[in-house]
Design a protein around this ligand. Structure first.
Ligand code: BGP
Length: 462
């Protein structure tokens, strides 16, 4: 087979997931409650078809089977997260030995199958006890996070060498403090800014702990969902709208994580509107020391914006959207199930931006994928013919390849996700996996894309 798109040697092929979305066993093995358990108990109707996080795809019991299947479909790496409330049920205090044993077994099983574990510490799942103390609004929670990170490096850092502090830290800010799609459903710009800021403080403290830990010969990174902001036109008003959207949604985390400081323009904008968070003098040095070795890039969709059509309501809560309107480009390609635009070249644009403005930091695609509803209708002889997913991955990989050709430092591609999993408010509405999961029997079945991926991984290209 002649190959057009050959990837650099040692390229990471695999997939990503998070603890709350696959483990299940939410009330088993000594796990403490997190905000998802709590929110589901109090408002089950917020979740698609009232499906909550208690069982999900039951990885807690199926991990051996799943890791075998990962190997079969060509994974050489896999990103998971540790559930903070499983490891330390109260958020701070005692470590749960059953959790230590579970994560040890998972990590050892991955390594025994030549799959490198990439481990993330926080994927939207604040322990409930700490949320009751104010969650990320409370600076003391950043100390609890540092201790949790220390414990994780101490327990697993002999074998795990790729660590990540946070996955998409902006999402709990948007969901929990601006747009009402995560607990605690606060709508308040200033509190959102405080949460965002403390998240980066917690991140920097975890990086500090990493540098002193037994894992320090590995790398520590962060995973960001980067959504390039494309202006409707080259009109100065549209350009300004795009620049401000980029400040709020990308540079708010990208700059401190990679460069070690916040963009001046963002701070000024917040100051002007009375939204600046509380900070400490010593934070400058702390943030500077929190620079990452490695950046995970989650890319699903671009953001298209235009100058605002109308004045914002200045008496309403402060919102990033005071400075731009979202723009629905005529003829854009859509994933109708998720309501997200598909724009493959965005992946290239992100990578070239990292090369140019972020000293070409080592990076990889840590999530990319396509959630589709009612996939069973595509089954032929029991196998879901997800050609749309194969196309989706392939078209993105072409652009990633192009960026690599042009010198960007991308080291791998992880699909979201290995097997169908629980997607927060959407629960099991849209399915993303290489494998489907029957929620009644927990049976896993490879989709067509799983077979395709095993070949791509084996050939290191297509
Ligand atoms: C990312 C998250 C994942 C995942 C994915 C798909 O933002 O890191 O946790 O769920 O998006 O999105 P969704 O589940 O909302 O369809």
């Amino acid at each position: 087979m002649s190959m057009e798109y050959k990837f650099p040697e040692g390229f990471w092929w695999g997939s990503a997931t998070s603890a709350t979305q696959i483990e299940g066993a939410a009330n088993e093995g000594g796990k403490g409650e997190n905000i998802w358990d709590h929110w589901f108990q109090t408002e089950p109707n917020r979740f698609f078809e009232n499906v909550g996080p208690e069982t999900t795809s039951d990885f807690y019991h199926w991990y051996k089977t799943d890791i075998q299947l990962m190997k079969e479909i060509g994974h050489n790496s896999f990103r998971m997260s540790i559930s903070w409330s499983r490891l330390i049920p109260g958020g701070r205090g005692e470590v749960n030995q059953e959790a230590v044993s579970f994560y040890n077994r998972v990590i050892d099983e991955l390594i025994a199958n030549d799959i490198e574990p990439f481990v993330n510490l926080f994927h939207f799942d604040m322990p409930l006890a700490l949320q009751k103390e104010g969650g990320w609004e409370n600076r003391e929670v950043t100390d609890a996070f540092e201790v949790y990170a220390q414990e994780a490096f101490r327990l697993f850092g002999d074998r795990v060498k790729k660590w990540f502090t946070f996955n998409e830290p902006i999402v709990p800010v948007e969901g929990g403090y601006l747009y009402d799609f995560h607990y605690p459903n606060v709508v308040d710009g200033k509190r959102a800014a405080q949460v965002a800021y403390h998240t980066m403080i917690a991140h920097a403290k975890a990086v500090r702990a990493f540098r002193k830990s037994q894992a320090k010969d590995g790398t520590v990174g962060i995973i960001l969902n980067l959504t390039p902001s494309y202006p409707r036109s080259q009109h100065p008003a549209d350009l300004k709208a795009a620049r401000i959207a980029d400040l709020f949604f990308n540079r708010s985390f990208l700059d401190p994580a990679v460069l070690g400081y916040y963009p001046q323009e963002l701070a000024e904008l917040l100051r002007e509107h009375g939204q600046l968070p509380e900070t400490k003098q010593s934070d400058k040095a702390l943030l500077e020391s929190g620079k990452v070795d490695m950046l995970g890039v989650n890319y699903y969709q671009p953001r298209r914006v235009k100058a605002k059509e109308h004045m914002p309501n200045l008496h309403g809560p402060f919102m990033p959207d005071w400075f731009f309107d979202n723009y629905e480009m005529p003829g854009r390609k859509m994933n109708p199930y998720r309501g997200w635009e598909i724009y493959e070249k965005g992946m290239y644009d992100i990578m070239m931006n990292l090369k140019k403005n972020y000293h070409n930091i080592p990076s990889f695609i840590s999530e990319n994928g396509m959630g589709v509803q009612d996939e069973a209708r595509f089954a032929v002889d029991g196998e879901i013919q997800d050609d749309y997913r194969i196309d989706f991955i392939q078209e993105h990989l072409k652009w990633l390849h192009q960026a690599i050709e042009e010198g960007c430092n991308a080291k791998g591609y992880h699909l979201w996700t290995f097997m169908d999993n629980w997607s927060w408010m959407n629960a099991y509405k849209n399915r993303y996996g290489f494998l489907s999961v029957d929620l009644d029997t927990q049976e896993r079945t490879m989709k067509k894309s799983a077979h395709w991926f095993s070949v791509v991984s084996k050939n290191n290209g297509f």
